[in-house]
Design a protein around this ligand. Structure first.
Ligand SMILES: NC(=O)c1ccc[n+]([C@@H]2O[C@H](COP(=O)([O-])OP(=O)(O)OC[C@H]3O[C@@H](n4cnc5c(N)ncnc54)[C@H](O)[C@@H]3O)[C@@H](O)[C@H]2O)c1
Length: 258
């Protein structure tokens, strides 16, 4: 039996990159997966790939910045799956027009806050009561609910140069800790992954190559692959992480040490 056998999960931003890897890995671990994304073509493709591999996945076109859309999509997941235990708030990411305080277009600041922070907030708002209802009566060791947020090494370190993104992910990091305390009595653990550089189509288009192999003695850091983050999210979603709550886990090849 997989570590997520019998669990029902929402993965936002599951049409590409880390979220698509998570859809595959969560399904392989036994979860029924609902992908939320604005990219309908990618979302349908990922859900179909999961089903072809023997897993169970649906795609629901959902813009996570729209409260009514999120509320309706979460309700549809509960109706179709019969419950919900896991929310992976993965959608987001910096764009090439992010920059430093004086350079960044002001609308980009609000776009980033809208997707990365407000979108995660909205998904928590509508999914957490549903998760609480599904895990009611669990002992908190087995069968607990789990929220996994996606922050960044940038927020942990306060790295400059993508100031909208860093602000949004800082909010996600703090929201994670605040919700962890509030959700513990409901048997829901709330944690976050904090990736460093990870090679996806988006980051490749922004100039990332992933050629580094981590053997430079001055800075032995390598670029991660989407599955390396998704595996950690899968662990946090599972009962193997039953004593982990309010944690922010760097998944960054050690970049947080520099
Ligand atoms: N790739 C990295 O180097 C890296 C580093 C640190 C943190 N992260 C975080 O990991 C997460 C995934 O990153 P990625 O590189 O896989 O990104 P990605 O761009 O490959 O995938 C993000 C997905 O989110 C979707 N999305 C965007 N706006 C949305 C909206 N309003 N509603 C629903 N879906 C929406 C996109 O369509 C896309 O499918 C992000 O939160 C990102 O900030 C990534």
């Amino acid at each position: 039996m997989g570590k997520l056998a019998g669990r029902r999960a929402i993965i936002t931003g599951g049409a590409a990159g880390i979220g698509a890897a998570a859809a595959r890995i969560f399904a392989e671990a036994g979860a029924r997966v609902a992908v939320f994304d604005v990219n309908a073509e990618g979302g349908e493709r990922v859900a179909a790939e999961v089903r072809q591999a023997g897993g169970d996945a649906i795609f629901l076109p959902t813009d996570i910045t729209q409260p009514e859309a999120v509320e309706a999509a979460v309700a549809e997941v509960v109706e179709r799956f019969g419950g919900l235990e896991i929310l992976y708030n993965n959608a987001g990411g910096a764009t090439a027009v992010d920059g430093s305080l004086l350079e960044i277009p002001l609308e980009e600041f609000w776009r980033t806050i809208g997707v990365d922070l407000y979108g995660s907030f909205l998904c928590c708002r509508f999914a957490i009561p549903r998760i609480a209802a599904s895990v009611q009566g669990s002992d908190g060791i087995t069968g607990s609910g789990a929220v996994i947020n996606s922050t960044s090494i940038r927020a942990m370190k306060g790295t400059g140069g993508a100031d909208a993104y860093t602000s949004a992910k800082g909010g996600v990091l703090t929201l994670t800790r605040a919700l962890a305390k509030q959700c513990a009595p409901k048997r829901i653990r709330v944690n976050a992954v904090a990736p460093g550089a990870v090679l996806t189509e988006r980051t490749r288009a922004m100039g990332m190559t992933g050629d580094d192999d981590g053997t430079d003695p001055a800075r032995p850091i390598r670029t991660g692959r989407p599955s390396e983050v998704a595996q950690v999210a899968c662990f946090l979603a599972s009962d193997e992480a039953s004593l982990i709550n309010g944690a922010v886990i760097p998944v960054d090849s050690g970049a947080n040490a520099y």
